[in-house]
Design a protein around this ligand. Structure first.
Ligand code: HEC
Ligand code: HEC
Ligand code: HEC
Ligand code: HEC
Length: 496
């Protein structure tokens, strides 16, 4: 009532505040647009300094570096691994060690073996080769992974696709291209060498647009400053036996519409080893979640925070060290916000802490639900009885993973991420309730025994992983196959 009275009394004043606020926002966005346009003009002058002519798909970043030394040098800095923020940064952390619950959540899937926090683009290939998830294929035909896994790691991917055909590329095994895919995420992933415009090099993104009835070729520059990233930082899956890389956006880009897409397609990433649930693994829906947040809705793009402008004398250029924007607050947040560094940092951490608070609860309750479901199976439950439990488990874990796997989401779209987490928690409890009902029907009473999963090792032992064997095989692969790949690439000049 008091508020209503206040509004009525001060209607005039409030209208002015609203009006003023709108002007400020429009002004800020105007500045942004003006600065982008001004930049285009400056770029034109850069072309007169071209030293080498780049033709075709040039995946060797060093060659581009000849023409664009500033962008190249900052791109090289993605090799840095010294920046740590409260929850992110480029220091590698063993996530399974920090949160052993995840081992149980991914039981039966390669992520339960090995999962480290991401770091800069320069490490994309090394991290992939070294991960236990890619296994130890000793021949080009051996698995476990398909060539599709290379798709978001290197500019050699569009080069090879042009060479062998898109479908043919995806349908091979990962090891088939080890000696070809050797340059980490770089210039040809995002640029057309003729005019340095942003170029969408990945067919999966253009195809997803087409199925949504949109033409990606009609995107504005500001949209392309996000779409460049949406080639990789998105949710995707490997469709059919040909493992065709596909974005599940046909019904929309929210957690629910993508789930509907997968449910209708009858798609399953793997069957959970304990609960036998047909599971979905979320990848990293950074782009989709970002779009639902306050900054995207005010017209910002990824590059506005992750590629801030830098100056070198009179030349202004885009910082190509793609990293947490907290490393350069004065050039990122502070280029738009009049606030203190401390406050801006605090906003980010507050959003993150609030989401992570619920995340930690979800992980514990989800583990319980999987273990209870296993207990029901062990006590003779049948498929019909288990159906509602598994349905809830699939939905709960999909939501948890979707929100967690997008590492920036708790800041990019705090409200949406909290909403998703809340549903994940709700569905985890519902799954537990349904599992208890099944146990009751089976006449099983008392507490369901819970395993000791207080460390990564204990959790991996509980789900039946032979880590020693996996590591030994990987070491053989690392010391024999990888040096062969590198040598072959060097002698064919694919790698400089
Ligand atoms: C992940 C995508 C991505 C990669 C990889 C990338 N760029 Fe860029 N680059 C961009 C974006 C986004 C812009 C800003 C475009 C705009 O605003 O029109 C940009 C701008 C540029 C420009 C225009 C001038 C400027 O600095 O704004 C040059 C030149 C350039 N990049 C060179 C390179 C070189 C050289 C490499 C490889 C070492 C590279 N880029 C790798 C996304 C990328
Ligand atoms: C060709 C695929 C690809 C493109 C395009 C791409 N990324 Fe990445 N990005 C990756 C991969 C793969 C990693 C993880 C590398 C690792 O951990 O070894 C990564 C990691 C990152 C990280 C984490 C770095 C850290 O220090 O932890 C950030 C931030 C990031 N990317 C931002 C962007 C932005 C912004 C764009 C668009 C301008 C973009 N990326 C475009 C594939 C890509
Ligand atoms: C308004 C600024 C802003 C925009 C725009 C933005 N981000 Fe971020 N991003 C952040 C902040 C802040 C973090 C959290 C960094 C931290 O915790 O250190 C972050 C984190 C990330 C991370 C995880 C980084 C890490 O160290 O592991 C990735 C990946 C990422 N963003 C990608 C993107 C992509 C892709 C887009 C566009 C679709 C985008 N961001 C748009 C501010 C932004
Ligand atoms: C290119 C300009 C730009 C950059 C860079 C930028 N912001 Fe913003 N930010 C905006 C605009 C515009 C809004 C919306 C303002 C409004 O509605 O009052 C906003 C809103 C916010 C809000 C309020 C969000 C909400 O829920 O409405 C926070 C918090 C914020 N920004 C923090 C940051 C931080 C932290 C960074 C750096 C990582 C950053 N911003 C970088 C332009 C920017």
């Amino acid at each position: 009532m008091k508020l209503k009275l206040f509004i009525e009394k001060n209607r005039g004043l409030l209208m002015w505040v609203l009006f003023g606020g709108t002007i400020v926002i429009v002004f800020l966005l105007g500045l942004l647009a003006a600065s982008v346009n001004e930049r285009r003009a400056e770029i034109a002058t850069l072309f007169s300094n071209k030293r080498v002519e780049i033709t075709g798909i040039e995946s060797r970043n060093e060659i581009w570096g000849e023409n664009y030394p500033r962008e190249y040098e900052t791109w090289q800095k993605t090799a840095d691994t010294t920046f740590e923020s409260k929850h992110n940064g480029n220091v590698v952390k063993d996530v399974l060690e920090m949160r052993p619950e995840m081992v149980v959540l991914w039981a039966g899937y390669a992520f339960s073996q090995d999962y480290s926090s991401p770091r800069g683009h320069m490490h994309a290939l090394d991290d992939m080769r070294n991960s236990l998830r890619t296994g130890a294929p000793m021949t080009p035909e051996e698995g476990p992974q398909p060539a599709t896994c290379w798709a978001c790691k290197s500019p050699d991917v569009p080069r090879m696709m042009a060479d062998v055909g898109i479908e043919n590329f995806y349908s091979k095994k990962w090891a088939a291209f080890g000696h070809e895919i050797v340059n980490p995420v770089g210039c040809a992933d995002c640029h057309n060498p003729q005019n340095m415009n942003i170029n969408i090099s990945r067919p999966a993104l253009a195809e997803a647009y087409e199925r949504m009835g949109m033409d990606i070729g009609k995107s504005s520059i500001q949209e392309l400053r996000s779409l460049a990233c949406a080639q990789c930082h998105v949710e995707y899956y490997f469709k059919g036996d040909g493992k065709y890389l596909t974005f599940p956006w046909d019904k929309g880009m929210t957690v629910e519409t993508m789930e509907e897409y997968y449910d209708e397609a009858g798609f399953t990433d793997w069957t959970h080893k304990l609960s036998k649930t047909p599971m979905l693994k979320a990848q990293h829906p950074d782009y989709e979640l970002f779009k639902l947040g306050p900054h995207a809705q005010r017209g910002l793009s990824c590059a506005d925070c992750h590629m801030p402008y830098k100056t070198d004398g009179a030349i202004k250029y885009s910082d190509h060290q793609l990293v947490s924007p907290l490393l350069n607050i004065d050039r990122t947040c502070l280029s738009c916000h009049r606030d203190t560094k401390e406050n801006l940092m605090k906003y980010v951490y507050e959003y993150q802490d609030k989401v992570l608070e619920i995340r930690d609860r979800v992980e514990k309750e989800l583990v319980k639900a999987h273990v209870e479901a296993k207990y029901a199976w062990d006590n003779g439950a049948n498929e019909k009885q288990m159906e509602p439990v598994l349905k809830l488990l699939r939905a709960a874990q999909w939501r948890w993973d979707f929100a967690v796997a997008s590492h920036g989401a708790s800041f990019h779209a705090p409200v949406e991420t909290q909403r998703i987490m809340a549903h994940a928690l709700d569905k985890s409890y519902q799954a537990q309730l349904e599992a208890k009902k099944v146990l009751e029907v089976l006449g099983v009473t008392g507490e369901v025994p819970m395993p000791d999963i207080s460390t990564k090792e204990k959790a991996q032992k509980y789900i039946g992983l032979d880590m020693k064997d996996l590591r030994e095989k990987k070491e053989v692969f690392n010391s024999t196959i990888i040096p062969q790949w590198i040598e072959k690439a060097k002698s064919s000049k694919k790698l400089l």
